[in-house]
Design a protein around this ligand. Structure first.
Ligand code: ADP
Ligand code: MG
Ligand code: MG
Length: 355
């Protein structure tokens, strides 16, 4: 019963939550991280629990507290954050997972870096942004998602990961204006080496994610759960809606709209599956595109690009990697003749551009 050598996370957790610590130390003497955090106040609420601002060793951290009935989601999110090579500037920084108490008093925690601006959803509600800010938010969020989607082959490699709940509430804004991807509770993994899709303990056939952001194929129930490409393409669709939320709040030619959720004009606050299916699949509606965007040199490309990403046909959407290249190009002033949907080549705008 030595803690060392145990790889199975659950075994560690259950020994921490039980009567003995497993390390020979009596439990009461052991103060695990969640007990060292001074809780300040609530900063967010999602489907699975409450997020609190906490102070740990003079540093601010975010403490996500899961309802004990959502152990599955806590376990999955912890597992994903601990994936080899996941760390990235544009993925929320994981600090620790913890359990306190036992039995019906059990509480499950996820401790991550704290970002004062909160979610992109909240950020956009509070301010209109300029084009440079918009492109930085869009590009950096895309970098995070592209990193998730990319498999890194190797003995210590990283599987490809699809998020499955991409939306502005699950993307955080950092102080420097970059985004990072959060809320990994529904993610699925794929590794070519094993040729298997790992969905955790989730029931594959169950419809997942937030209804408003569900892709047409998920809504039409024509989604192929055995193809990993299908999960990635669904993420791209949801991210296109986020790209729309960003540009909708961007001042283009002197005018910015108020903040709106995608499809705010055609569905209510909490649309159900059939409502979403009706407008997205049957009527093939998408959020409104404004003339002033199409009249702007850079933002017109941004607009046509995001429209490609919300195509009803998953195979017509750009990959996250291709989208990242286009956004990088736009962020750099749109120099050079790259068009959305052009070849996969690794062209970058040259520094010594001959404009
Ligand atoms: P859920 O799985 O319940 O949806 P999330 O992880 O999405 O939980 O967190 C819920 C909300 O809490 C987010 O939308 C965001 O507003 C806020 N939040 C989460 N993590 C952080 C963080 N690290 N820093 C600041 N705000 C956060
Ligand atoms: Mg969330
Ligand atoms: Mg979640």
């Amino acid at each position: 019963g030595d803690l060392e050598g145990h790889n199975e996370m659950m075994e560690n957790w259950s020994s921490l939550a039980g009567t003995s610590s497993g390390s020979g130390m009596p439990l009461l003497v052991q103060r695990t991280i969640s007990r060292q955090i001074e809780i300040l106040h609530e900063i967010g609420k999602g489907r699975y629990g409450t997020v609190m601002l906490g102070k740990w060793r003079e540093e601010k951290v975010a403490l996500k507290i899961f309802n004990s009935s959502d152990e599955e989601s806590w376990f999955r999110e912890t597992e994903i954050y601990q994936t080899v090579l996941l760390r990235h500037d544009n993925i929320l920084g994981f600090i620790a997972a913890d359990i306190s108490g036992a039995g019906s008093w059990t509480q499950l925690f996820l401790i991550t870096e704290y970002h004062k601006h909160g979610s992109l959803y909240y950020y956009l509600q509070n301010r209109a942004i300029n084009i440079a800010e918009a492109l930085k938010l869009a590009y950096t969020a895309c970098c995070g998602l592209a990193h998730l989607h990319t498999e890194i082959a190797g003995t210590q490699g990283k599987p490809a990961i699809a998020h499955r709940d991409v939306k502005s509430q699950n993307i955080l804004v950092k102080l420097d204006g970059q985004c990072c991807i959060a809320d990994m509770g529904l993610a699925v993994c794929f590794s070519r080496l094993h040729e298997t899709i790992d969905v955790g303990k989730h029931d594959r056939s169950r419809r997942q994610g937030t209804k408003r952001y569900m892709s047409p194929e998920v809504l039409a129930q024509s989604f192929h759960p055995d193809s990993f490409e299908a999960y990635k393409a669904s993420d791209v669709y949801s991210f296109a809606l986020v790209l729309w939320e960003i540009i909708n709040r961007t001042e283009v030619n002197g005018f910015a709209n108020d903040y709106h959720l995608p499809y705010h004009d055609v569905v209510g606050n909490d649309p159900d599956f059939d409502e979403m299916r009706k407008i997205v699949v049957l009527e093939n509606l998408r959020p409104e595109i404004y003339k002033q965007w199409q009249a702007h040199k850079i933002m017109s490309t941004y607009t046509t690009t995001l429209q490609e990403c919300w195509s009803p046909r998953p195979e017509s959407r750009l990959s996250m990697l291709r989208l990242r290249k286009t956004l990088y190009f736009l962020l750099n002033g749109g120099r050079g003749p790259v068009e959305a949907g052009s070849s996969e080549s690794d062209r970058k705008p040259s520094a010594s551009s001959s404009s």
